[in-house]
Unconditional design. Structure first.
Length: 251
């Protein structure tokens, strides 16, 4: 199968089954009791992302275990991070508010119960912490990307500490995670990572033409973190940098 036909087939398959999944979620989930809706949305996104990984050709391997509750703090490279992490297990994501307006991914994010935050108005951070608390209370892990934006993966950007106030207030276990990608037929920084002034649709269509994208997710052990949010942010970033470094030395 040539790459052009592969890209067309994948675009059709993802579009068709995503439309079906969105209809399914809008018909069934709103009628559940409030306490069960977020669990149902997490399970729904997990099923969709597992399917998407198979169709798009993303091969996911892990080192360590994804948490079943608490906070998961991860570096951020691409919109694929959400698909990869959710394919491993049900979870809830925290994303910047403009993601809600993205075509396709915005619809999925809203349907999946994503917690949106407006970083330009830090006074709403307290409200977001309450939403994170409510999500953790359901038994789902909440995923944070404290870099605030994706990068080319050459380094881990400094962490913004505001959302890590939830770790201070909730005293819940926090897991650090490092995510990486590999390609045999292209550049990860240019064709998988989504950063700079890249445009979503051309980037996505190009990805559909890749025969295989390999993703590796490394997880630390759960730990209740001591200190204020800035200290926790530095500790988590150092852990993720160290995990990436150990991984590369072992290759």
């Amino acid at each position: 199968m040539n790459s052009a036909f592969l890209g067309i087939w994948r675009a059709f398959a993802v579009g068709f089954f995503s439309s079906y999944a969105l209809v399914e979620s809008s018909v069934s989930i709103p009628f559940l009791a409030r306490a069960r809706r977020l669990l149902a949305r997490g399970a729904w996104l997990h099923r969709w992302c597992s399917f998407a990984c198979r169709v798009i050709g993303i091969r996911v391997t892990t080192c360590g275990s994804m948490p079943t509750s608490g906070l998961l703090v991860c570096n951020h490279l691409s919109y694929l991070d959400v698909i990869v992490l959710s394919s491993i297990g049900p979870c809830v994501f925290v994303a910047k508010h403009d993601v809600a307006g993205w075509p396709f991914f915005g619809w999925l994010a809203r349907a999946a119960g994503t917690i949106f935050i407006d970083r330009e108005h830090p006074l709403v951070a307290g409200f977001t912490v309450n939403q994170i608390r409510a999500a953790i209370a359901t038994g789902l892990p909440v995923v944070l990307f404290p870099e605030g934006r994706s990068s080319d993966g050459s380094t881990v950007l400094p962490f913004k500490s505001s959302l890590l106030e939830s770790a201070v207030q909730l005293h819940c276990p926090v897991v650090a995670a490092a995510i990486e990608y590999a390609l045999d037929d292209g550049s990860v920084s240019d064709e998988v990572c989504y950063w700079r002034d890249m445009t979503l649709l051309p980037h996505l269509l190009n990805l559909f033409r890749k025969r295989e994208i390999r993703s590796k997710c490394l997880f630390s052990l759960p730990k209740i973190r001591a200190g204020n949010r800035k200290e926790i942010a530095r500790e988590l970033r150092d852990e993720i940098v160290s995990m990436r470094s150990r991984r590369r030395r072992s290759e």
